[in-house]
Design a protein around this ligand. Structure first.
Ligand code: C2E
Ligand code: MG
Ligand code: MG
Ligand code: MG
Length: 280
């Protein structure tokens, strides 16, 4: 009897694995389709300067309708694109499209200083072509590099290798800025912050979510990150602001910038321009 159970369990596992591989293949194929046939688009999440309570920039987020229909979000497909190598084409597509939009926006004088923050995969830190590609696209769209911020996850810097640091330095030499995304969830030795050429920390939304929740063990993280930023003279962006209470707390403690559903949902390009012209 035990043997039969064991065999069943074994079959159950292989079926599970087979299903997972099948889904992974489906996602890879959908990504390939999207890359070849213009199947991605961008949405924008305004980032508010908390001293003036107005958006001065926006984070760019990728969307893939074909995958969304299958219930697959960027959080699920980006890691697969990283594993298959498709991420390089995706990152370049996002960058080019974003710079195109910046150029369009710059035609309106009021938007001249508006910046876009783009998520860049950790893969790019080991991609020898990346800096040159960014540089070429900045020229092609005549972008003021100060209007471009690249977001890297904290975990992508975890191994602290010379290659990554070299790429980061080269990127900042182009005149753009770098921020550390999902800060607090990775393993940055705080003392290393001084040696990275980053200008901002993005507080992970799991820490914003527990503001005011005294029973949560994560509760002091927002304060810790704000203190660190002060110590290392870095800008701070709070992610995932979903309530007035969270916004008040961050503002009182001198957090520079914030984004989140309470401030504004991710919106398309036209809605972004609309929002900006009403707040400008
Ligand atoms: P992220 O860079 O940390 O992006 C923030 C994610 O949190 C976004 O999810 C956004 O929609 C969501 N979010 C923002 N504010 C709130 C809020 O107030 N409440 C809640 N519950 N969620 C909020 P999204 O768009 O699904 O992106 C997930 C992740 O996928 C991103 O995390 C980023 O790591 C990656 N990603 C998204 N777009 C791109 C891209 O163009 N290129 C690359 N390489 N990665 C991307
Ligand atoms: Mg981000
Ligand atoms: Mg984040
Ligand atoms: Mg993230």
């Amino acid at each position: 009897k035990a043997k039969a159970l064991g065999k069943n369990r074994y079959q159950f596992c292989t079926e599970d694995i087979a299903r997972a591989l099948d889904l992974r293949n489906q996602i890879e194929q959908a990504l390939e389709q999207a890359l070849d046939h213009n199947g991605f688009h961008l949405v924008f999440m305004p980032i508010y300067d908390l001293t003036i309570m107005q958006p001065t920039g926006a984070e760019v987020l990728i969307r893939c309708p074909a995958l969304a229909e299958m219930g697959i979000s960027p959080e699920q497909f980006i890691p697969i694109a990283e594993a298959t190598g498709q991420i390089k084409r995706i990152d370049l597509w996002v960058l080019e499209r974003a710079l195109q939009i910046l150029q369009e926006m710059n035609a309106v004088p009021a938007f001249e200083h508006f910046y876009l923050a783009i998520n860049i995969s950790a893969v790019e830190l080991h991609n020898k072509q990346f800096t040159r590609q960014v540089s070429e696209l900045l020229s092609k769209y005549q972008t003021n590099p100060a209007q471009l911020e690249l977001e890297l996850t904290e975990t992508s810097l975890a191994n602290d290798d010379p290659d990554s640091l070299h790429t980061l330095t080269q990127l900042t030499e182009l005149g753009l800025t770098l921020s550390l995304d999902d800060f607090g969830t990775g393993y940055t030795a705080f003392t290393q912050l001084a040696s990275y050429p980053v200008s901002a920390l993005k507080i992970d939304r799991s820490f914003t979510a527990v503001i005011g929740d005294r029973s949560a063990t994560k509760q002091p993280m927002v304060d810790i990150i704000l203190s660190l930023a002060k110590l290392y003279q870095l800008d701070v962006v709070a992610e995932g602001v979903e309530s007035q209470q969270q916004l008040d707390y961050l503002q009182q403690r001198g957090c520079h910038r914030a984004q989140g559903y309470f401030l504004c949902q991710p919106i398309d390009k036209d809605a972004l321009l609309q929002t900006l012209s009403t707040t400008a």
